[in-house]
Design a protein around this ligand. Structure first.
Ligand code: CUA
Length: 330
């Protein structure tokens, strides 16, 4: 019988590593903090590999070594060296390095960041507010824009349970703890789009609590933020007008805000510029009219456990108009 060939196994490893060049990967850093963390990850991996090799070598020597070697390996000296001294030195060095790198990210030192955003973890979405120097707030949700090449300060809060903010391409994860504000400073080297994920189990559809961080050229960011500060655009056509009327009549404004209209609810995401975002339901579905219609009528089908109830009160024409209005909020 011929031994199994290793090729399929190698192919699997190659496929798995191919996934690392992703928009959500520690091994594909796009900022200085993420680069430090990636280096640390590789160092930990190399150290673990070295320890594995040493342990296997000791095992081999214990089984097949010369009698003096085997006798030394079974003595107290080998235990003090390999079981006490080596772990203390290696683990202390790695712990010190890890703490040093995470301290760098705490953001309590240095000049104020160029931009500031407040991100609140909620079951199961992200409330986003850009905070100006004069404390003005521009609300959005589930998608964060930042100026590439400029540091941005993230103030991380929670509205209910513990969540964890994690955009692996840009930095390490930081918990969002009720009643406490954590600070994180991130910098994206160049424009790009990165995926983040809630990294602490927060109940129900925790796995569907993702977000998008888009790093834009700095001057584009300023223009974008100015546009976001404005109230919602007027519907472009008659169908959009009907959609807005339905939105207000159906009570959507009890939970959602659309600035410039009577909808001022704050329980759910701010929808003022909803149509300018890339996805809906915290990255669960791409932003299309069909997905918006599906989400309004059966939110729980896309995101089991979601607090938004199913809205089955609309005719097909009405849901079309409503979804069209929402997608048109750019
Ligand atoms: Cu929020 Cu897990």
């Amino acid at each position: 019988m011929t031994p199994p060939r290793p090729r399929p196994f190698i192919l699997l490893i190659a496929l798995a590593l191919g996934g690392c060049e992703d928009a959500q990967s520690v091994l594909s850093p796009h900022g200085p903090l993420a680069a430090d963390i990636a280096s640390l990850a590789w160092l930990l991996f190399a150290t673990a590999l070295a320890v594995l090799v040493i342990v296997l070598a000791c095992l081999l020597l214990a089984l097949r070594g010369t009698p003096p070697l085997r006798s030394w390996l079974s003595g107290n000296g080998a235990i003090y060296l390999g079981g006490v001294a080596l772990p203390v030195v290696v683990l202390s060095a790695l712990l010190t390095l890890s703490l040093w790198i995470t301290r760098e990210s705490a953001g309590q030192r240095g000049p104020p960041a160029a931009a500031r955003v407040e991100v609140t973890g909620e079951q199961w979405w992200w409330r986003v507010a850009y905070v100006g120097a004069d404390a003005t707030r521009i609300e959005s949700a589930n998608e964060i824009r930042m100026p590439a090449g400029r540091e941005m300060e993230f103030r991380l809060l929670s509205a209910d349970v513990i969540h964890s903010f994690w955009v692996p391409n840009l930095g390490g994860k930081v918990d969002m703890v009720p009643g406490h504000t954590n600070t994180l400073r991130l910098l994206a080297d160049a424009p790009g789009s990165f995926r983040g994920q809630c990294a602490e189990y927060c109940g129900g559809p925790h796995a569907l609590m993702a977000l998008r961080v888009v790093a834009m050229p700095a001057e584009d960011f300023d223009a974008w933020l100015a546009a976001q500060s404005r109230p919602a655009a007027e519907p472009e056509d008659e169908a959009g007008g009907r959609g807005r009327a339905l939105f207000l009549a159906a009570g959507c404004g009890g939970c959602h805000t659309v600035r410039g209209t009577a909808a001022t609810g704050t329980a759910g995401p701010d929808l003022t510029h909803f149509g300018s975002r890339g996805a809906i339901a915290a990255e669960t579905l791409p932003l299309t009219k069909a997905h918006v219609a599906q989400f309004v009528t059966h939110a729980g089908a896309s995101k089991p456990g979601i607090h938004m109830p199913p809205f089955l009160i609309f005719s097909q024409a009405e849901i079309d108009a409503l979804a069209g209005y929402l997608v048109g909020l750019r």
